[in-house]
Design a protein around this ligand. Structure first.
Ligand code: FES
Length: 324
């Protein structure tokens, strides 16, 4: 196991983080109890989690400011300070969206997410200190220019403050870098925010499932080609959507029927049973829908979309085109 993987493995198992996570969870659950706010922060309107998109502005501006510090001269310091100001203003909404996503995690994901947030808080704290030092230095310089004979002394103080601001932004960039690395682990290794049906295919051809008489308005799970499918009736018609919630993978058949929707048993997202659309978050991705037909009293279904990466977790993919 490589050094970085050892660190990540240790973090995932570090139970000492759990009490802190519990307190943070209680705070953010109370602060974000409005379902509308959770919907907004989750990114339902975008069709993808909001947090990864929202961090682009703070990460881009803050790291650009540090780059200006390192590669530019003193003439670029005011521009760097303005970039830091913009980065700090945009960091708040991005962070709250991240906490909203984090609330729906557990175990290893929750621990890594907590440390990811802690690194970013340290980074933002350093950039805040950096901004303050720069602002302070520029004010001092302006004052000294106005006071005749004190320019040399004011310039010295400004240089000292500028060095402090630069040091704080370098430390901040390092902390944000570690936070970004952990964010990558959360998404790409632990799958937080990934559509949990992304690699589930369902049958390409019509496949017999069960007798039509066995499907009522109740939520019924059947397994077809290794994919869990939710069958039910809407206005007498049989409909089928993937039974694994796209948000964090709950079995929707354990949830509640709510009119023409199903409510997820874990975090309360609602999905339209006919279209699979997300009616209420925190889920952002719709449920895959399957085509259904009745033949001689039997129910048959097949998938209605084609995606290159969709493949069942086990078994060969019949559509795979050999390379070379
Ligand atoms: S698993 Fe979170 S809403 Fe379904």
């Amino acid at each position: 196991m490589r050094g970085s993987e050892r660190v990540l493995d240790r973090l995932e198992r570090e139970q000492a983080l759990d009490p802190v996570a519990g307190r943070a969870g209680a705070f953010w659950s109370a602060a974000l109890r409005s379902p509308r706010l959770r919907d907004l922060l989750s990114g339902r309107a975008l069709g993808h989690p909001l947090h990864p998109a929202a961090v682009i502005v703070p990460a881009g501006t803050l790291l650009s400011a540090t780059l200006l510090d390192v590669t530019g001269g003193s003439a670029l310091r005011p521009a760097a300070r303005r970039l830091i100001g913009l980065g700090l203003l945009s960091a708040g909404p991005a962070a709250v969206a991240g906490w909203s996503d984090w609330l729906d995690t557990d175990g290893a994901e929750r621990r890594v997410g907590l440390v990811h947030a802690a690194c970013n808080i340290v980074g933002i704290g350093c950039y805040t200190a950096s901004w303050w030092q720069r602002h302070h230095g520029e004010s001092k310089m302006a004052e000294s220019k106005m006071a005749k004979g004190k320019v040399a002394k004011g310039g010295l103080a400004q240089r000292r403050v500028a060095r402090g601001g630069l040091a704080a932004s370098l430390v901040g960039a390092g902390a944000l870098g570690i936070g970004g690395w952990l964010g990558g682990h959360l998404a790409y290794a632990l799958g937080v925010g990934v559509d949990t049906t992304a690699f589930q295919r369902g049958p390409a051809d019509w496949t017999d499932v069960l007798a039509a008489g066995e499907v009522t308005t109740a939520l019924r799970q059947v397994e077809v080609d290794g994919v869990p499918v939710l069958l039910t009736r809407v206005d007498g018609r049989i409909v089928a959507i993937n039974d694994r919630c796209t948000h964090r993978g709950a079995p929707l058949s354990d949830g509640e029927r709510d009119g023409d929707c199903v409510r997820c048993p874990w975090h309360g997202s609602r999905f339209a049973l006919t279209s699979g659309d997300v009616v209420q978050g925190p889920a952002t991705r719709p449920q895959p829908v399957y085509e259904v037909r009745e033949r001689a009293g039997r129910v048959e279904l097949r998938r209605s979309e084609v995606r290159a990466l969709r493949a069942n977790p086990v078994g060969p993919s019949p559509d795979r085109v050999p390379v070379g």
